[in-house]
Design a protein around this ligand. Structure first.
Ligand SMILES: Cc1cc2nc3c(=O)[nH]c(=O)nc-3n(C[C@H](O)[C@H](O)[C@H](O)COP(=O)(O)OP(=O)(O)OC[C@H]3O[C@@H](n4cnc5c(N)ncnc54)[C@H](O)[C@@H]3O)c2cc1C
Length: 156
């Protein structure tokens, strides 16, 4: 499967982040922390949240698979595939709001878990799961391990 030229044209008009379709970038994103290697169709690095909307809409229109990626520290090959890789770790790593009253944090998908925990610590809160990869693992970790407890943050 290759990317339809019309999809690339539309991406170049709408997407404000980096569009990397060259071989070097595809090889770079063909691995994660697992033993597997799969070359993706291309790599997109969104700069703003609207870029995420554009990619999902265009990918659906052209029936091309999309694979979001955080820090790529997955051990089972979850962050690689024959898809358009959406690397959220570069620009979309902000903490938007922490509400200590509702124990809720609103974050961008690439937020690093340890950064979220440092920001939450001033309210006496932390995100429940405490993986060894916390200095690298991103919002993905939060998506994958949502937990609720009295001292923990549910993430939206
Ligand atoms: C040294 C080391 C130690 C580790 N220790 C632990 C540990 O103690 N406990 C533990 O549970 N795991 C551990 N892991 C595994 C890994 O760190 C976790 O699985 C972590 O959650 C992966 O986060 P990531 O940001 O790297 O995700 P990625 O590897 O980038 O992605 C993981 C999956 O989430 C999907 N995804 C990414 N972003 C989004 C998004 N925005 N929306 C929807 N889906 C998305 C991806 O498509 C992929 O399927 C460790 C890994 C390493 C290398």
């Amino acid at each position: 499967m290759s990317l339809p030229p019309d999809l690339i044209n539309e991406l170049q008009k709408q997407f404000t982040g980096d569009i990397r379709l060259d071989l070097a970038s595809r090889v770079l994103y063909s691995t994660d922390a697992s033993i597997y290697q799969i070359e993706p169709l291309g790599v997109l690095i969104p700069r703003v949240q609207d870029d995420l909307h554009s990619v999902v809409e265009l990918a659906a229109k052209y029936k091309v698979p999309v694979l979001p990626r955080g820090s790529g520290s997955s051990l089972g090959g979850q962050a690689i595939g024959k898809a358009l890789i959406l690397d959220c770790s570069r620009w979309l790593d902000n903490i938007i709001e922490i509400d200590p009253e509702s124990h809720t944090a609103t974050v961008e998908p690439g937020v690093i878990l340890s950064a979220l925990n440092r920001a939450s610590a001033k309210y006496g809160l932390m995100f429940g799961p405490d993986p060894a990869s916390a200095e690298r693992a991103s919002g993905t970790m939060q998506l994958a391990h949502i937990r609720f407890c009295t001292a923990c943050l549910p993430i939206i």
